[in-house]
Design a protein around this ligand. Structure first.
Ligand code: CA
Length: 251
């Protein structure tokens, strides 16, 4: 069993591997408590105290998940959730609504507004963290720190290592992230623009040709363990990690 080690200064997962969570909460003590717990669990986070600040933050960079308080000064959490669901860019944004309103009709209203989950205050931090992890697993599997194995290739984000049978191969951090994403979504075709969004990040303006360059480097790295054939070019569509691909003589 060989170990492929990505090149990083610290040899630790870079912060862009961990999920980034936006906390929209106007009560500083609650916001801080949530922030501390997220930080301890290894998540990046940012706090917005009202709807306007939250929107500015969303416009700047899409988070991986939002913890959204219902009762906010100005526009309510409910109305922001509706607005985000109506916009193409934020339609898929994972949202957990936090509220003191625990009636069934309130829960229904929150979920109808587009929240993916709903936590009634006061809540335990363990419960909140469990729900955050569960929603990320469902909607942002590539942000999960769980190891993934496809076609004999194992990628362990927490150890920042890729292992396969055979020899040692090195790869850069971008190739590591790209492989991680493809392994989390095997056998699906990804357009270059999708890969730029998911691997390089939202709001990054890079030529689509850049993807080709990193795919080429990734294949070069994987060829060291005879796995380059797993990364397929789908003509006119994009790229795919084919878990059932068979090695061909030229790979
Ligand atoms: Ca509040």
């Amino acid at each position: 069993m060989c170990v492929i080690r990505a090149w990083t200064k610290s040899n630790r997962p870079s912060t862009d591997m961990s999920a980034r969570i936006l906390i929209v909460e106007d009560e500083p003590a609650i916001a801080e408590l949530i922030a501390v717990n997220l930080r301890h669990a290894g998540f990046d986070h940012v706090v917005a105290g009202d709807a306007e600040t939250a929107q500015l933050e969303i416009d700047r960079q899409l988070p991986d998940l939002v913890l959204l308080d219902w009762m906010l000064p100005g526009a309510s959490g409910l109305s922001i959730a509706k607005r985000w669901r109506a916009s193409e860019r934020t339609r898929q944004l994972p949202i957990i609504m936090l509220t003191a309103r625990g009636d069934e009709s309130d829960r229904v209203m929150g979920l109808d507004a587009g929240a993916d989950d709903y936590i009634v205050k006061p809540f335990s931090m363990q419960e909140m963290m469990a729900r955050v992890r569960a929603l990320l697993r469902r909607q942002r599997p590539e942000k999960s720190q769980d190891a993934v194995t496809v076609a004999g290739l194992k990628l362990d984000p927490s150890a920042y290592e890729v292992s396969a049978e055979g020899e040692v191969v090195r790869m850069g951090p971008t190739e590591f992230r790209l492989l991680h994403y493809l392994m989390r979504h095997p056998d699906r075709v990804h357009r270059r623009s999708q890969l730029l969004d998911k691997v390089w990040g939202d709001h990054v303006f890079i030529e689509e040709r850049t993807v080709d360059v990193h795919i080429k480097r990734l294949r070069e790295s994987l060829s060291g363990v005879g796995c380059a054939h797993l990364i397929e070019t789908v003509r006119g569509a994009g790229y795919r990690l084919n878990s059932r691909a068979q090695p061909s003589p030229q790979t």
